[in-house]
Ligand binder design. Sequence first.
Ligand SMILES: [Zn+2]
Ligand SMILES: [Zn+2]
Length: 187
Amino acid sequence: MPKQSFEPKKSFDIGIIPIGDIPQLILDVIAAHIVEYMNLEVRFMPDMAVPIQAWQQSRQQYDAGRVLRCIDGRTRGDVEKLLGVLAVDLFIPIFTHVFGSARQGADCGIVSIYRLADHPQERTAPTPRLLERSAKVAMHEIGHLYDLVHCEDNHCLMHFSGNVEELDQLPVFFCRYCLSFLKQHPK
Ligand SMILES: [Zn+2]
Ligand SMILES: [Zn+2]
């Protein structure tokens, strides 16, 4: 069945959902980066508890795919895509851990600050470095939500990073190819 062409545009592009106890400063910095660098409109959504059904006892970690499915079930109102922010250790089956997760072109993504802090106490009292890393991962995952794939260019935010050292090497912006792709995305 063809999609109705007169479907009204959603009022907000990205809804940020705090999952568990996340410092407001981290949420604000992530939101500011999405607005400023990606030219998207952001609103904060009601928070939710860390979904206990995503806990995997054998790995002592949370299954990123299951967390995403819990977010997907949330009512999103006038928001196009959802970004959950949490502070627990995430995995997907092929990796020991991930900083975040979002399928290409999907409606929701997640970012965890768990491994972005150099010291556990930073998760409650964020340092500038933690704030920058959180914003980078958030923008990377949102790039996936708007159909971007990993970029070969290691001076681009869509370049894959598997550890914080690699993440710190990345700039807080997209290469011109990824940026032009983002700009072409129909809003
Ligand atoms: Zn990625
Ligand atoms: Zn790129």
